[in-house]
Design a protein around this ligand. Structure first.
Ligand SMILES: *[C@@H]1O[C@H](CO)[C@@H](O)[C@H](O)[C@H]1NC(C)=O
Ligand SMILES: *[C@@H]1O[C@H](CO)[C@@H](O)[C@H](O)[C@H]1NC(C)=O
Ligand SMILES: [Ca+2]
Length: 224
């Protein structure tokens, strides 16, 4: 009996990885309740690369990728500012601001951010264009039970959402690595479909949970 109960609980708790190749997440409504929560068993990250593609018409602030640990809400945050071409990358609650990279509305865009805890340097890539390498935070790794949220920005571990920082639009190809990708590997992600999947988050085998109105749809191709 106890074994059956345990099995039943495991079935409910363990998210089964899904292959989302060719799919996108659609966030169709501005809310502070709809989001996607990504699961990773990793608890200690000395370096990080996050890449994703998105499509939006927002010209206010919004969150693209929000990773929180219990004591640090902005442990790895990619946050687009309303000011055109300005993005913040917050790591271990330290803020790095990147400017002058070309964002476009109503088209698919690729973004990647790298960071390592030894040098403390972060770098942001937008549609193939690199930023400067900027000091953000060094000396300690991202540590603790991590919660990753797409669609909302966490002000606390798994919550504290603000409708005015929510993401509206579509997102795809979310990958995360436990090391910094080289510039060539980043360009591979941006320009070729055959890049190597993330080893922390892998869109081709993603463990996730959607909450509220978020849809998984086939990625729309543009036909001419
Ligand atoms: C954004 O960046 C691009 C390329 O760097 C530039 O052409 C464009 O004028 C910038 N937009 C604004 C509003 O500064
Ligand atoms: C969101 O922004 C709108 C428009 O600026 C404002 O009226 C509203 O109070 C904001 N909501 C929150 C929760 O901050
Ligand atoms: Ca916030």
């Amino acid at each position: 009996m106890a074994l059956l109960l345990l099995l039943a609980m495991l079935t409910v708790c363990a998210a089964v990885p899904q292959d989302l190749s060719g799919k996108m997440l659609t966030f169709p409504q501005q809310t502070n309740t709809a989001y996607v929560r990504l699961t990773s068993s990793r608890q200690d990250l000395k370096a990080v690369t996050v890449c994703l593609r998105f499509f939006t018409d927002l010209s206010r602030d919004y969150s693209l990728f929000s990773l929180a640990t219990p004591s640090i809400a902005n442990d790895f945050l990619i946050f687009k500012k309303a000011a055109s071409n300005m993005t913040e990358v917050s790591i271990r609650n330290q803020l790095g601001t990147f400017v002058g990279q070309n964002y476009k509305l109503n088209t698919w865009q690729s973004i990647c951010s790298t960071w390592d805890s030894v040098s403390g340097l972060a770098q942001l890539w937008v549609n193939g264009m690199p930023s400067i390498r900027k000091f953000v935070s060094s000396g300690s790794s991202i540590n603790g039970p991590i919660i990753i949220v797409l669609g909302q920005e966490q002000d606390s571990h798994g919550g504290g959402f603000d409708v005015n920082q929510s993401f509206l639009g579509m997102m795809s190809d979310v990958h995360m690595w436990d090391h910094t990708l080289t510039p060539c590997e980043i360009q591979d992600y941006m320009k070729h479909p055959s890049f190597t999947s993330g080893n922390v988050l892998n869109w081709r085998a993603l463990e996730f949970q959607t909450v509220g109105r978020v849809l998984i749809e086939n990625k729309q191709m543009i036909c001419y």
